[in-house]
Design a protein around this ligand. Structure first.
Ligand SMILES: Cc1cc2nc3c(=O)[nH]c(=O)nc-3n(C[C@H](O)[C@H](O)[C@H](O)COP(=O)(O)O)c2cc1C
Ligand code: SF4
Ligand code: SF4
Length: 274
């Protein structure tokens, strides 16, 4: 009897889209490979306290949303440190909100290669854009999931065959910059310092938003949130609030959201590399 290999699934998912896609791919792949599936979210600060260690017969599925065309900046060190192990099979998955994934997938696969892993497949899936109710709404849809299932079959076959792997991912593995968000007038939108606000007349002090911040930046002010620390604009707090008490009112941010909703309305397709 030989040991069953493990499929280890790592995902950063402040608003749940990446988690959903990673789980679907992992379920299919786990079943096809006869592998036990382990889920490891690294969304919250306490989930990033220790760096994972992989062994040679693990299969690693690493999933991240695209932020400004790349791997989210505040998670990059953790991802780089985690993605090291000689010859471990690895699958790269990025989710994006129907604008573009730019360099994110090349960056993720590049980190895998530099860490000595063996990237066997890469996918970019369209998900709801956390900034918007319309961009990527209803994605992934049935067609997207069917395409993801075909990708799972191809990945399983590739791992089984052990054939050499060379993925040809568009974009740069070492991009110099992030995507510059623009406003409706095409000038750069400067909202790096923007933070959410809480409308105390709507807040029921349910405490939900206090648990979800990936940066640990929400303090408890007598049951209501205060936003003191770094904000990466992930929207987890806003979208977790049952009474819509949390909002971003920064004009530069809102103008950027209006621009992308107008410019990137046409549905994009998922892309797969094998
Ligand atoms: C700060 C931020 C930056 C983003 N930048 C991009 C981008 O450059 N291109 C894109 O298509 N979507 C972008 N998105 C949309 C996310 O990729 C999309 O909402 C993703 O599914 C979020 O993952 P989650 O639901 O797991 O949190 C961005 C979202 C956020 C919050
Ligand atoms: S405060 Fe900023 S970083 Fe924290 S959950 Fe809200 S949007 Fe995300
Ligand atoms: S989730 Fe909304 S209602 Fe609940 S404490 Fe946070 S702001 Fe208040």
């Amino acid at each position: 009897m030989h040991d069953m290999s493990k499929l280890k699934v790592y995902y950063f998912s402040p608003t749940g889209g990446t988690r959903r896609v990673a789980r679907r791919l992992a379920e299919r792949l786990g079943a096809l490979m006869g592998a036990e599936v382990e889920y490891h979210p690294y969304t919250l600060p306490q989930e990033r306290e220790s760096i994972p260690a992989f062994c040679a017969d693990d299969i690693v599925l690493w999933a991240t949303p695209v932020y400004a065309g790349r791997i989210p900046n505040k998670t990059l060190d953790y991802v780089r440190q985690a993605l090291t192990h000689s010859n471990t099979n690895a699958i790269a998955l990025v989710t994006f909100g129907n604008r573009a994934y730019d360099n994110a997938l090349a960056e993720l696969v590049g980190l895998m290669q530099e860490g000595g892993m063996r990237p066997v497949g890469a996918a970019a899936m369209v998900t709801r854009h956390a900034f918007s109710n319309t961009l990527g709404a209803g994605r992934p849809n049935e067609e997207d999931f069917a395409a993801l299932d075909r990708f799972a079959e191809q990945v399983a076959e590739k791992i089984r065959s052990g054939q050499p792997t060379l993925l040809n991912i568009p974009g740069e593995a070492h991009p110099e910059k992030y995507y510059t968000p623009l406003k409706t007038n095409n000038a750069p939108a400067g909202f790096l310092k923007a933070k959410p606000t809480c409308d105390s007349s709507r807040c029921t002090r349910c405490g939900r938003c206090l648990e979800v911040c990936p940066m640990g930046s929400i303090a408890n002010n007598d049951g209501m949130p205060t936003f003191d620390g770094i904000c990466i604009k992930c929207q987890a707090c806003r979208l977790s609030c049952p009474t819509e008490a949390i909002a971003f009112s920064d004009e530069e941010y809102l103008s950027h959201v209006a621009m992308i909703e107008r410019t990137f309305a046409a549905p994009k397709q998922p892309e797969f590399y094998i």
